[in-house]
Design a binder for this molecule. Structure first.
Ligand code: 5GP
Length: 124
């Protein structure tokens, strides 16, 4: 698929400071913040700061430094979510919806990190 990035998407506006967010982690190339409509007691979104729509777009065009930074950001957010207030039992799930098949709502790469309730079995 072609990689056309729409800089009017909501996460681009968050990155430009046009819309507020509740930041839980920030690094040179990544930002993580609470989802505005949490689907679990703890629901954090982790995004790269660069203009990438999906993970495959990121793989095609991001630098090694961005990829390393984003990988670290996701891992650190998992550590934060695992012990976050509201996630008493610990544990979490990662999800990244991409494109039509993935039913992606916001066209800026993001990983959901969810915890705090038993999320039910998937992929079975
Ligand atoms: P997707 O369906 O694209 O994987 O998920 C997009 C997520 O972005 C949804 O969970 C939605 O609640 C969240 N979201 C949409 N608009 C905003 C916003 O303005 N602020 C925050 N923090 N999250 C948003």
């Amino acid at each position: 698929m072609p990689y056309a990035y729409d800089d009017q998407n909501i996460f681009a506006k968050i990155l430009r400071g046009e819309i507020p967010n509740k930041t839980v982690y920030e690094s040179a190339h990544s930002l993580a913040f609470h989802d505005i409509q949490p689907q679990a007691p703890v629901h954090v979104l982790v995004i790269p700061k660069g203009p990438y729509v999906t993970y495959d777009h990121f793989a095609a065009e991001a630098s090694d430094a961005e990829i390393a930074d984003y990988s670290r950001a996701i891992a650190e957010v998992c550590r934060i979510v695992d012990v976050a207030p509201g996630n008493d039992g610990g544990g979490y799930r990662l999800i990244s919806n991409a494109g039509e098949a993935g039913v992606q709502e916001v066209p800026h790469l993001h990983v959901h990190v969810l915890g705090g309730r038993v999320l039910g079995r998937m992929l079975k």
